[in-house]
Design a binder for this molecule. Structure first.
Ligand SMILES: CCCCCCCCCCCCCCCC(=O)SCCNC(=O)CCNC(=O)[C@H](O)C(C)(C)COP(=O)(O)OP(=O)(O)OC[C@H]1O[C@@H](n2cnc3c(N)ncnc32)[C@H](O)[C@@H]1OP(=O)(O)O
Ligand SMILES: NC(=O)C1=CN([C@@H]2O[C@H](COP(=O)(O)OP(=O)(O)OC[C@H]3O[C@@H](n4cnc5c(N)ncnc54)[C@H](OP(=O)(O)O)[C@@H]3O)[C@@H](O)[C@H]2O)C=CC1
Length: 425
């Protein structure tokens, strides 16, 4: 048995963001490879008129968890859904649940965040900064806590070209931002947000950077690590290839390509696109939890989960691969035959957006209208073009991330664990 999997046996684990893309894969891997863990606490908010228990039931009965049922039949008894809302200052957790979390938790994985690029700064600060501060305060009151693992993003310092595994100071003190969000109204925040965000591209990456500073400032005597994944895509191997449950990052673009919606994307074929499969991120996350708890490094460590300098993939390779795949495995109800190409400047991007995206959508909607059906394609195409404009910043440039700590950690793994977890190289 893997040393890391054995480590999580008997452990009480708290995961925030467990209902999210990464959180689900993390939870699945823990139950499948460490079925003798004691309990996984997950903070779940009610959503789309489902109670937390109903949401958990739906997740445990999804395809992702099929293998878990075989190796961990009592998974329903080992998961504790705690009703919580990280938008509330006290997370709206009951006193009894808080007491249980504080007294029992051995490992914390903090995945929860708002990952929208167009989120209001107040909401992004609340979730990505203030909630992290609040969770660290809770963690400092956990006598059995062995490690606190914070999931950030490799783009938290995307205003730099070369990024090391260190915390970079932000131009604004996180506590001042949190305090000001409590009394400024939305109109004032909208006015000052561009100045506060500065040379970050959006509130998401800016507040993830602030969140890292809060982790550093509020670490107290906690045993903490930060993991910075780059662009996280579908599963590579575990529990099965190709699992994804949202349109974020590369997923929306690949699906839009497969549906024949996307015909032109601004990117330079030689540029490296740093994408990592979500199961690789989860493998590193579990390895970091084990390493921090067992080896107890003297200081907080940052781990980059990036592929660019270990196993680079450029657009010129990724694009044709995606096209070949969506042609080999065609999507149902595609709008058009998949066919896409890169544009390399603003003029050609504008031209192809008009000719290949907007115009066909308008014609299609006109036909829908003529035949008494509700036009919908123009709205969807505008949404896609807006999504592309928001991710363009991350597509049209490249970064260099050092991976010393991640490679050091890989060298500390047993041969069994290294076989399972090393796929970045
Ligand atoms: C060929 C090469 C491939 C590789 C290509 C790699 C590129 C990859 C760059 C990413 C770079 C990330 C670098 C940081 C990585 C992190 O650290 S964080 C995690 C990543 N975060 C994200 O990707 C968030 C980006 N997404 C957003 O911010 C929001 O979705 C957007 C872009 C603002 C769009 O918001 P919105 O218009 O309100 O749309 P949203 O609420 O998401 O969805 C509403 C509807 O639009 C639909 N929709 C949303 N997006 C799409 C879409 N792309 N297409 C079609 N329909 C869509 C939804 O299905 C939904 O439909 P309904 O449910 O209403 O029927
Ligand atoms: N996906 C990617 O490409 C990358 C992601 N990351 C980081 O990984 C982490 C997870 O990202 P990902 O899984 O993609 O994000 P998702 O949006 O899929 O999941 C976000 C999670 O946070 C939870 N959450 C959001 N708001 C609240 C709230 N108010 N109260 C309680 N829970 C809340 C969501 O719960 P609910 O289901 O109720 O909405 C969900 O479980 C984030 O920290 C992100 O920054 C880093 C690099 C790349």
């Amino acid at each position: 048995m893997s040393t890391i999997a054995a480590f999580y046996g008997g452990k009480s684990i708290l995961i925030t963001g467990a209902t999210g893309f990464m959180g689900k894969v993390l939870m699945e891997k823990l139950f499948r490879t460490s079925p003798n863990l004691k309990v996984i606490y997950i903070l779940v908010r009610p959503k789309a008129d489902q109670t937390p228990q109903q949401r958990v039931f739906q997740i445990l009965n999804s395809k992702l968890f099929e293998k878990v049922k075989e190796v961990c039949p009592d998974v329903h008894e080992k998961i504790r859904a705690i009703s919580a809302d990280l938008n509330q200052s006290d997370f709206a957790i009951s006193k009894e649940d808080t007491q249980e979390l504080l007294s029992c938790t051995n490992i914390v994985f903090h995945c929860a965040a708002t990952v929208r690029f167009d989120d209001h700064l107040r909401h992004a600060v609340q979730l990505n900064v203030a909630a992290t501060q609040q969770l660290l305060l809770m963690a400092s009151q956990m006598p059995k806590l062995e490690a606190f693992i914070h999931i950030s993003t490799a783009y938290s310092n995307c205003n730099l070209k070369h990024i090391d595994e260190v915390i970079y100071p932000c131009p604004v003190e996180p506590k001042k931002i949190i305090d000001s969000m409590e009394w400024l109204d939305d109109a004032v925040i909208d006015e000052i947000a561009p100045k506060l965000i500065g040379d970050w591209p959006n509130a998401y990456t800016f507040t993830k950077a602030l969140g890292e500073m809060v982790v550093q400032q509020e670490s107290r005597n906690l045993n903490i690590a930060i993991i910075r994944p780059s662009i996280v895509g579908a599963t590579w191997q575990e529990p099965f290839p190709g699992w994804v449950d949202n349109l974020n990052g590369p997923n929306g673009i690949i699906i839009a390509t497969g549906k024949g919606l996307l015909r032109a994307l601004r990117a330079t074929p030689k540029d490296v696109l740093d994408v990592v499969p979500v199961d690789i991120v989860v493998n590193l996350t579990l390895a970091v939890g084990w390493y921090m708890a067992v080896r107890r490094p003297t200081s907080m460590l940052i781990y980059h989960c990036t592929s660019g300098n270990l196993n680079p993939c450029n657009w010129g390779k990724m694009g044709p691969q995606v096209l070949a795949t969506v042609k080999k495995f065609p999507f149902e109800k595609a709008f058009r035959r998949p066919n896409a190409d890169f544009t390399t400047n603003t003029i050609t991007t504008l031209y192809w957006n008009t000719v290949s995206h907007r115009a066909p959508a308008i014609i299609y909607d006109f036909c829908l209208w003529l035949t008494g059906r509700k036009p919908r394609m123009t709205k969807l195409m505008n949404r896609l073009i807006r999504s592309l404009s928001l991710v363009e910043y991350f597509i049209k440039q490249t970064w260099e991330w050092s991976t010393y700590n991640t490679e050091m950690l890989m060298s500390e793994l047993s041969p069994e664990d290294r076989r399972v977890r090393t796929a970045l190289t």
